[in-house]
Design a protein around this ligand. Structure first.
Ligand code: 4AD
Ligand code: MG
Length: 431
């Protein structure tokens, strides 16, 4: 009896007879040979069918075998230097489990919207496979980083009664006889978490009704958000750079072959080592001025501005102290210049723009009440949040990192839509 194995483990079975259960990825013919590329979800292996080694029926089946038909292949594992995984299978038996008819995604080029409409099938392609497995590694690294540093996972709710990141990107939904909003960020809940656990983080889907159709925006994205009591802005920046260095270096170590298959420039990622440069908003605007960018002092940076600012650096740059007027209500004013907020954005190099947003939170009850009024937010919805300032308020800080922005940069992709299994965009709710 041959052992049923996964392609990922094939090196353990050199010269042994094994069975692979998978799907036909591609095939090629040459005289008395068929070369079947069989994938099983963990990898792709070339399975060589020699006319003299199999029954006539098996050889004939190879001819009829269509892309994505499900098959089980039995044969001997043999070392092969030309193979990307170092092994191939000399086939003895081949069983067709189910015939796939006219699989729409062929090895030729297809347009993005054609592929996006078939995302449920596109995920089987090797490139998408590499990206999603890198995403998995990014998420594992994020969790390991915080789990290994005494943070407690405090899950934030998805249905919320209030806005966190401004009212213009809220998704509203009926909630029995009232309204609820899909969360834009778990931050406010993490502030409660930090007061309860000292160091807390949440990780989950967040939602923004982004009407922009940029290569950086999804309407549903996953965010990891740490929050720490008694930590100031400088500590927040230390934490953020430690975190990003850890995640990038982990992916480089564990997903090198996937990165190579995406033709990612690894040298650029190898440079992502602390310390990261830190510049103020004012310094960043000087860079824009020198580059003669069309930019008005006091406004927020657009995608192009972020690219120009980050161009001068070979690793992520942290821009701190933006004008308070363009930032969220919860940000603490800089005591040295109250027109500025104690906040930070981390901009990835190579034109990827903002991957992290965060900062120190307003911990003074009266100032916070004023801010909520100034931002025209409904006070009742924030009563619970104000309690955090009434009962033992302390300085505290945190940040949020969008998983898809991180994956997009690490993989070197031109759009975030390929970094999430089933992307949700302004004009895409399906599949
Ligand atoms: O800068 P943002 O809006 O910050 C917050 O939500 C804070 N409350 C987080 C915190 O301090 N706990 O979003 C944080 C990050 C961005 O830097 C970006 O990586 C990602 O979330 N992000 C998006 N990613 C994909 N599509 C979108 N529409 C995104 N909006 C933000
Ligand atoms: Mg931001």
């Amino acid at each position: 009896m041959s052992e049923n194995v996964y392609i990922a483990d094939i090196a353990k079975y050199a010269d042994k007879e094994v069975q692979i259960k998978g799907w036909l990825y591609n095939k090629r013919h040459s005289g008395k040979l068929w070369f079947l590329q069989v994938r099983d979800g963990t990898g792709i292996i070339q399975s060589v069918v020699f006319k003299g080694s199999v029954s006539d029926e098996v050889f004939k089946n190879c001819e009829e075998l269509t892309q994505e038909s499900s098959v089980t292949v039995t044969g001997t594992v043999s070392a092969d230097k030309r193979s990307a995984i170092g092994y191939e299978i000399q086939v003895k038996e081949l069983e067709i489990v189910s015939v796939s008819e006219e699989y729409p995604i062929t090895p030729k080029e297809h347009g993005t919207s054609f592929l996006m409409d078939r995302r449920h099938l596109w995920l089987r392609s090797s490139r998408q496979h590499a990206i999603i497995s890198i995403r998995h590694e990014v998420i594992k690294a994020c969790r390991d980083f915080f789990d290994g540093r005494g943070f407690t996972l405090v899950d934030a709710p998805v249905f919320t009664p209030n806005a966190c990141e401004g009212t213009s990107t809220l998704f509203e939904t009926d909630y029995f006889d009232t309204k609820a909003f899909l969360t834009q960020s778990g931050q406010l809940y993490m502030e409660a978490g930090a007061m309860a656990f000292g160091k807390a983080y949440c990780f989950g889907p967040t939602f923004r009704a982004e009407k922009s159709k940029t290569r950086r925006h999804l309407t549903e994205f996953w965010m990891i958000e740490p929050e720490v009591a008694y930590m100031d802005l400088a500590g927040d920046m230390d934490l953020a750079e430690n975190f990003v260095e850890y995640v990038v270096q982990r992916v480089l170590k564990n997903k090198k072959s996937e990165l190579e298959s995406l033709e990612r420039n690894l040298e650029a990622l190898q440079k992502v080592i602390r310390p990261f440069p830190r510049i103020s908003y004012d310094e960043a605007t000087e860079i824009l001025k020198k580059a003669e960018a069309e930019f008005e002092y006091g406004s927020d940076f657009g995608g192009t501005d972020e690219t120009i600012i980050s161009e001068g650096f070979d690793r992520p740059v942290m821009v701190h102290r933006y004008p308070a007027a363009i930032k969220a209500f919860y940000m603490k004013e800089d005591p040295e210049d109250t027109s500025k907020a104690l906040c930070v954005d981390m901009l990835a190099p190579e034109g990827y723009g903002e991957i992290i947003g965060g900062g120190q939170r307003e911990d003074d009850l009266d100032i916070l009440i004023e801010k909520i009024k100034k931002h025209d937010l409904p006070m009742e919805a924030f009563n619970w949040y104000l309690d955090l300032r009434k009962y033992g308020t302390v300085p505290h800080s945190g940040f949020g990192m969008g998983i898809e922005r991180m994956v997009s940069w690490v993989c070197g992709l031109s759009h975030v839509r390929e970094t999430i299994p089933f992307p949700r965009l302004m004009h895409r709710l399906s599949p």
